[in-house]
Design a protein around this ligand. Structure first.
Ligand code: SF4
Length: 363
């Protein structure tokens, strides 16, 4: 049974230079059509047991108040037992009225795209907000009684120095927020950066930035509860934990993905086709071994790791026996720790998770 619902709103007021998500420029008429099709998409799903809703994008906050209200009404029947209801917002498109509307329909968490604080770098990535707008957005969210707020922070941007990044971290740490997501810029072939032939930052500088962020955030009580996500007490994202715990979730909207037992699906990426009802999904059926590997891969991203009993029950397999070799090797190398019924990555193991997973892949 799906525990989470992801809803994709693909409209943005401007296209960021690094972005290759499913997004299009915001056009009011297209949004109205999209919401009609989305409603049908939602109605087809079994959402009886969902605990979290996440409206992502695109830029959901770019919708007008009346469009947002249509969206919230589509989702309203499924909000009664919801523990967490998140919406992504961009600082330049939120208003106090929109924040109040979000709260009225049960939204209790906002994820704010900020990335960096230097105007020069914001220009390079083609983001149009200012630090003042971010501060204002956070103040409005609190005023509207939305107190769980996450901010995205990005490193590895062309010309970004370690000092730039540290200044961004310090600014973010001065905000009244309880969650920070850290992203390394990747140059995707389908992004503006990809088309312009930009190259990713040097690996060493990237690694220095990552280490510095972990250190500075820890000093301010942001616990690294997942490789790239940091939260104050009770600020962890419940929705994302459904992904990392490898539970089932439903995805609706353009290019949204979902998972049901051993099957993953992704909706069509072409907006015209989605609007025409031609949502030919890409479907991947995973065999037993692939599911076990994905379970390990996702769960080990979290600082808490996973209960070995849960794995054994889900896959009718003795985890410690089947993976005895990689476990032994990784424990000896201080990458993994096994205590009682739980296995988790150490701090070193989280930094080197790719190497850990390589060991499990070979079984
Ligand atoms: S990064 Fe987000 S806001 Fe920027 S273009 Fe992509 S979806 Fe839109």
């Amino acid at each position: 049974m799906a525990r989470g619902l992801y809803v994709h709103i693909p409209f943005c007021d401007a296209i960021c230079a690094y972005c290759d998500f499913a997004r299009v420029l915001n056009k009011p008429q297209l949004v109205d059509q999209y919401l009609d099709v989305l409603k049908e998409d939602v109605l087809k799903q079994n959402l009886e047991h969902i605990e979290t809703i996440y409206i992502g994008g695109g830029t959901p906050s770019a919708l007008t108040e009346s469009q947002l209200e249509v969206l919230f009404k589509i989702l309203q029947p499924y909000t009664h037992n919801i523990k967490e209801y998140t919406i992504e917002i961009n600082p330049e498109s939120i208003t106090l009225e929109k924040a109040k509307l979000m709260h009225k329909y049960g939204v209790n968490r906002a994820s704010l795209g900020m990335q960096v604080t230097q105007e020069r770098l914001l220009k390079i990535i083609n983001r149009r907000h200012t630090v003042e707008q971010v501060k204002q957005a956070i103040a409005w969210l609190h005023e509207a009684n939305i107190h769980h707020i996450s901010v995205d922070l990005m490193y590895g941007i062309p010309t970004q120095t370690l000092a730039d990044f540290e200044a961004s971290i310090q600014t973010i740490l001065s905000f009244d927020i309880d969650h920070i997501s850290l992203y390394a810029l990747t140059i995707e072939p389908d992004s503006i950066f990809g088309h312009l032939g930009y190259e990713a930052a040097e690996h060493e500088l990237d690694a220095d930035m990552y280490e510095m962020a972990i250190d500075r955030l820890k000093q301010k009580d942001f616990n690294r509860y997942e490789i790239s996500n940091f939260a104050k007490a009770n600020g962890e994202s419940l929705h994302n934990q459904i992904y990392w715990e490898y539970d089932d979730f439903v995805g609706v909207g353009l290019h949204a993905s979902g998972k049901e037992k051993g099957t993953r699906y992704t909706n069509v990426k072409n907006l015209r086709r989605y609007l025409n009802g031609d949502n030919e999904q890409e479907i991947i059926n995973l065999d037993h071994d692939e599911q076990m590997f994905e379970f390990i891969m996702m769960n080990l991203r979290m600082q808490k790791g996973f209960e070995i009993r849960r794995f054994n029950q889900l896959y009718n397999t003795d985890f410690l026996k089947k993976y005895a070799e990689p476990i032994k090797k990784c424990v000896n190398n201080e990458l993994l720790a096994v205590t009682n019924d739980r296995i988790k990555a150490t701090d070193k193991g989280l930094d080197l998770l790719f190497s850990v997973l390589e060991e499990f892949m070979e079984v």
